[in-house]
Every structure is written in structure tokens, then in C-alpha cells.
Design a protein around this ligand. Sequence first.
Ligand SMILES: [Zn+2]
Length: 386
Amino acid sequence: MTHLNRTRDILRDLIAFPTVSADPNLDMMGYIADLLDAHGARVDLIHDATGRKCNLFASLGPEIDGGVMLSGHSDVVPVTDQDWSRDPWQMWEEDARLYGRGACDMKGFIAATLALAPSFTSRNLRRPIHFAFTHDEEVGCLGAQSLVDALRDRDARPSVAIVGEPTMMGVIEGHKGCCEYTTRFTGLEGHGSAPDLGVNAVLYAVRYVNRLMQLAEEMKSRAPAASRFNPPWTTVNVGRLAGGVAHNVIPGKAELDWEMRPVQDADARHIKGALEDLVATELLPEMRRIWPEADITTETIGEVVGLHPVKDNAARHLIAELTGANSADVVPFGTEAGLFQSLGMSVVVCGPGSIAQAHKPDEFVALDQLSQCLTMLERLGQSCAA
Ligand SMILES: [Zn+2]
């Protein structure tokens, strides 16, 4: 069977596991573990605290330090409220494209790496090839964080990572960070006719948002001169603000979902510091003068560190050799790559399909993209056996 046919079969199986981030992924990870085990890989499953989800880390080749890690996330975004033309969990093929939830983000890449496992095994690998598949990428890279912790404890670990997020097989060497928060405001409810007797949670939330927007403006002048990102500065987004019940009631609660995408760690620290300052010195003292139990708390939903482009990047050199790509780009979306870099690995993002199709109804990956990916992986096998 050709590698492409094998990839198609595996992708059909992977798409049939509805691994939406909120739901367990153990069935799919069990399927992958069996498949890799059958080809002689050493497979570890690393469970999360709930026991409902796990990361999978597997290795082929010698048990030595270094080697190349092929990385992907097992979870997909929900299909609720999306208008799919067919069942999103049953892969279909049309016009040389494979459709289904996760086809490009990023089960297509995972299927391609698994399809090549027998080929990797048949070679006399001198450098190990590792598979790292995580849970909960779409909701803050939670799995990758615990995978990084697990890898830190190992004597032998990969030195190069290829993260197969959809880039149309282009090479990405940098992306911004992505930090998401929910800030909750607790005031004191009261009758609308006596605003001074309550603590209006919505009004304090609005002041918080105003400060955030000031900080967002400030970021424009802090963009590093060499920044290749578009836009070149750290951005801030207010995604959701909710609170209050009726015209004549002082709202006692408000909730704000916001995010920032830092181009440098100092910006993230600056924004957090400025907000903590506003809360501690202005908002809370005012609120508590009227109601001592008033509060403002911020929950961190996820802090995905950025991938910083570096001059001497072994992963970029390797992928250039494998794909012939002679340039590398930066992108505005976050991936797990920054976390792996923080562990001292050389990292690039390169995978089949387009980010334009990710998270959309009728998500697809083109067969031609999978073929290009398979060629890259075959050359990787050769290169690790050389
Ligand atoms: Zn993804």
C-alpha cells in the first residue's frame, strides 16, 4: 500500500474519534499507541489529573539523547453551531481533498507520521525519531505543558522538534505568544434608584477595559525594531464582557474574557503589572469602601509562550534540507512550539494544509499537501539513518 493510501486510512480512523478538547481522548491515544507499538516503538502515555486525557510520547531508534520529535495535538475544536455539508466525524473525499473535523488541524499530519512508522522502523536509525501527541492544545496548550515537564525529567530527550500545524508545508520559525484570561468583578447589587448604595460591577469592569485599551495603544510604541510580526507589536483583545440583569438593578457581577499576544515577554509583564496596580490602588479600595467583600479576580485560562526566531536553528537547517525551503516565516497564531523551545529544543512549525481551513466547517486537507508532507518525512527517515 502506498504511503498516501495508508495515511488516508489512518486519517479516516483518527477523524472518527470525536476528540473535542472538552472530551476524553483516551480511545484515540490507545489506537495510536497500538499502532506504534506494533512497529516496535517505545510508547509512554502521560495522563492528566482527571485520568480522562493523556499525552502520548513514543520513540523509534536508539535510546540516546537527541533525535527529531514529530509533534501534534490530538484535540480538535467543536463543531457546534457550524454548518457542515456532511457528518464532520466521517471523513469524505472530494476533488483530491480529505474532509472532516481535524483534517488539517492537525490529524492529517499525525496520520502522515503514523503512516511512515513502518518505513522508519525498517531503517537502521542512528538518531531516534520521536512522536509527541498532546491533549488540550486548543484550550491553552495544557497537555504540552505537562509533556514538557515530563521530558525535562528524562535523561535522553529530543533536540529538534517539527510541529506539524497547518502551514501549507511552509517553514515557520516564530510566532507570538497567546495569553488568555477571565477577570471577574464582584460588587454589591442594589436598586437602580440608589446607585451610591451598591457597587456597580459593570462600571468597574468598564474601567478595567479602558485601562486595557490604553495599554494596547502603548504597545504600538514598544514594538521591537526587528519585529517581523504582523502587526509588529503586542496586541490586546477584549473578547467578551457580560454583566447585569435589568435596567433598574445595580449589577453585582461582571465577567470579562480577554487575551494578549505578546511579541516579547516584557510586554506581557508590563500589561499584567499595570492591571494589578489599577486593581490594588484604585478599583478595589473604592469598591470596598462601600462593600468590604467586593472583589476582582483574574483566572489564567492559558499562557502559551511565543516561539522566538533564533539565528542558529538546527530545526530550520534540518527542514531546509528535507523540503528544499530556503526561507522561514513568522505567523500570528500560537502553537506548542514555544513551549518546546523553552525546554532548549530547536523548533520549527511545518505541516500540511492551510490554517485558513482550520476551525471552519468543511475543514479539509488536500492530498497534494499530504504527499508533500510524506516526502518530507521519508527524507527525515533517510537523514536519521544516514
Ligand atoms: Zn492546531
